[in-house]
Design a binder for this molecule. Structure first.
Ligand SMILES: Cc1cc2nc3c(=O)[nH]c(=O)nc-3n(C[C@H](O)[C@H](O)[C@H](O)COP(=O)(O)OP(=O)(O)OC[C@H]3O[C@@H](n4cnc5c(N)ncnc54)[C@H](O)[C@@H]3O)c2cc1C
Length: 310
């Protein structure tokens, strides 16, 4: 893990910066590279365009670790309304949420109830899947518990899992046993060595090892498994592995973020793979944006270039 990545991840949690940085014009301009806008309407417009190119969206409203439980109710209402808007626009977009945005720090029961309301409406109105993001390691056990309870009641619930965690390999067994739809990512938070693999090369290897198990799962049980990465080498290895085990390309799904490797996303969609683009929107983008910079510190130059453009 590089020093720059560590500094950016520490900055993502700094309160002073969280309150001040989003007001700086050049940062606001730079952040547009990773999000279509701050409103759901901006995300819907962008999603409609990409859906026409065979790349449907996954929506996530930015904002995490809310400070009052009433804010969680507003987030719940926002997503319920977003489901209507997706249906009215006849899009096949899905929704993925962060539990800390739905009051997880205040009341696990309340956030589970909010998830139930959202997933129920998604099932009835959109007929697609509702996903839960995986956040920092302090939340993992509770997130899995909530997920298993929700999945028991609502089959259309999927979960994100992180390849950098030592525990994920063992978690797969439990998740397979409930036929969970899974989205595999490398992991975006700053975690200690006893919890997460810290060498990038080893994270990539673990991502591939987990992918092999997931591909086999799809092959034998048809379970939906998603590989959410922009790593072209890993994507090529996963495609190769799918060929080896005889998994048809229509059963292979990749997800990437808005604004990153767009031409690769289009190429994969044209080649017949399933591709979805995660579109984040909202006003509270600061910590999320800092994690995007940490993933590729070269992005900081993009921010600096925007100072010059002022
Ligand atoms: C759909 C989706 C959902 C996600 N959900 C979660 C979640 O719930 N929990 C979680 O912890 N993490 C989540 N992540 C983030 C993930 O953990 C990684 O931090 C992120 O995807 C970067 O890792 P990578 O797999 O692309 O590989 P990397 O090795 O980081 O990147 C591979 C290549 O992709 C390009 N790239 C990657 N990131 C960027 C960037 N920010 N800007 C420009 N180029 C870039 C670069 O060319 C880089 O060399 C999600 C990612 C995606 C795509």
């Amino acid at each position: 893990m590089t020093l720059t990545r560590n500094i950016l991840l520490l900055m993502s949690k700094n309160h002073w910066m969280k309150n001040h940085v989003p007001r700086w014009k050049f940062v606001r301009r730079a952040v547009r590279r990773f999000m279509p806008g701050e409103t759901i309407e901006a995300a819907l417009d962008a999603a409609a365009g990409y859906e026409r190119e065979g790349i449907p969206a996954v929506f996530t409203k930015l904002g995490e670790n809310i400070t009052q439980i009433e804010q969680a109710e507003q987030v719940r209402d926002h997503y319920l309304d977003a489901v209507d808007k997706i249906a009215e626009r006849r899009l096949t977009a899905e929704i993925s949420v962060k539990l800390t945005q739905l009051g997880f720090d205040h009341s696990v029961d309340a956030s589970r109830e909010y998830c139930r309301e959202i997933v129920c409406k998604i099932k009835n109105r959109l007929g697609n899947e509702f996903f839960i993001d995986m956040e920092g390691s302090a939340y993992i056990r509770r997130t899995l518990d909530l997920y298993f309870r929700l999945k028991d009641e609502w089959d259309n619930t999927g979960l994100c899992i992180q390849a950098y965690l030592h525990r994920t390999e063992a978690d797969l067994d439990d998740l397979f046993s409930v036929n969970a739809s899974l989205r595999l990512v490398k992991g975006a938070y700053k975690e200690p060595a006893d919890i997460a693999i810290t060498s990038k090369r080893k994270v990539d290897e673990n991502f591939f090892a987990l992918s092999q198990r997931m591909l086999t799962r799809t092959k034998h049980h048809g379970t939906r498994m998603i590989y959410a990465t922009h790593d072209e080498k890993l994507i090529a290895r996963i495609i190769e592995e799918a060929k080896i085990i005889g998994l048809p390309r229509e059963q292979l799904e990749f997800q990437m973020l808005y604004g990153i490797k767009t031409s690769l996303q289009k190429q994969l969609a044209r080649d017949g793979y399933k591709v979805r683009m995660l579109m984040a929107y909202g006003e509270s983008w600061y910590p999320w944006y800092m994690r995007r910079l940490a993933e590729r510190p070269a992005n900081v130059w993009f921010v600096i270039k925007n100072v010059v453009k002022q």
